[in-house]
Design a protein around this ligand. Structure first.
Ligand code: HEC
Ligand code: HEC
Ligand code: HEC
Ligand code: HEC
Length: 138
């Protein structure tokens, strides 16, 4: 009994430590997020609510559709790897060759998939209308 309690507290302590170090675990995969990247100097539009878990579980979209780390042109991201903010690599101001600027990266990811599904006649999310993704600016 005592051993079990000790084991559990070790686990809890380790999780707390990892969280404290800012490492995001796969189990931290949030159900719903509001995308509002701090990298943008100012916002023309409101934040974008995003059903993270629904996309993954209900719509069956793999992590690698949206999360990537490229090594020699190949996406080596695996589920469980720590996740970096899109803005770590995508500059808010300018595109650098294949690494498009931040707004374009988000739009190509979200709308790119939605538009392709629309074209294929499948159920999809918002493709064009700004207000279907962006909330009103406060
Ligand atoms: C349809 C796209 C999409 C899919 C699929 C997806 N994610 Fe994400 N995820 C995002 C976006 C967008 C963010 C926010 C990143 C940002 O704004 O910098 C994010 C953020 C995260 C974060 C950071 C959470 C936070 O609060 O900052 C983790 C961890 C994460 N994702 C893990 C996963 C894992 C693990 C999977 C697969 C099981 C997955 N994601 C599938 C798009 C996706
Ligand atoms: C570790 C750095 C890194 C992170 C983090 C990152 N990207 Fe990228 N992204 C790249 C690189 C490098 C490329 C160019 C890949 C290539 O084509 O060689 C790229 C390409 C893309 C493309 C393809 C652009 C096109 O040409 O159509 C999209 C879309 C994209 N990223 C969206 C995102 C989104 C959304 C996030 C956050 C969920 C994200 N990226 C996080 C490095 C990153
Ligand atoms: C790889 C494909 C793919 C990507 C990438 C993707 N989505 Fe979706 N999205 C879907 C599908 C499929 C549906 C709807 C399926 C259904 O209704 O059965 C959907 C539905 C939605 C909906 C309406 C339903 C809901 O769950 O809220 C919103 C809003 C949405 N997506 C926002 C986003 C945003 C924001 C991003 C980028 C951060 C994004 N999506 C990236 C495939 C994708
Ligand atoms: C499929 C979802 C989706 C649609 C539709 C969409 N956006 Fe976005 N957009 C995003 C996401 C996600 C971000 C990143 C939000 C953030 O970090 O604040 C973004 C960021 C932006 C940004 C940079 C951040 C800011 O607020 O200045 C601008 C500008 C923008 N979008 C304009 C538009 C306009 C104009 C339209 C309509 C023509 C539009 N978007 C439609 C998902 C979408």
């Amino acid at each position: 009994m005592k051993k079990r309690v000790f084991f559990l507290s070790t686990v809890i302590l380790s999780i707390a430590l990892l969280a404290g170090m800012g490492i995001l675990l796969a189990t931290d995969q949030p159900d719903e997020i509001s995308i509002k990247s701090e990298a943008f100097a100012k916002y023309k539009k409101g934040p974008v609510p995003f059903t993270h878990k629904k996309h993954n579980v209900d719509y069956k979209i793999a992590c690698t559709e949206c999360h990537h780390v490229y090594k020699e042109g190949v996406n080596v991201y695996k589920e469980g790897d720590p996740v970096q903010k899109c803005s770590t690599c995508h500059d808010p101001v300018e595109s650098k060759d294949k690494v498009k600027k931040l707004m374009v990266a988000y739009h190509r990811n979200c709308q790119g998939c939605h538009k392709a599904l629309e074209k294929a006649g499948k159920k999809t999310g918002p493709t064009r209308k700004c207000s279907q993704c962006h909330e009103k600016k406060e």
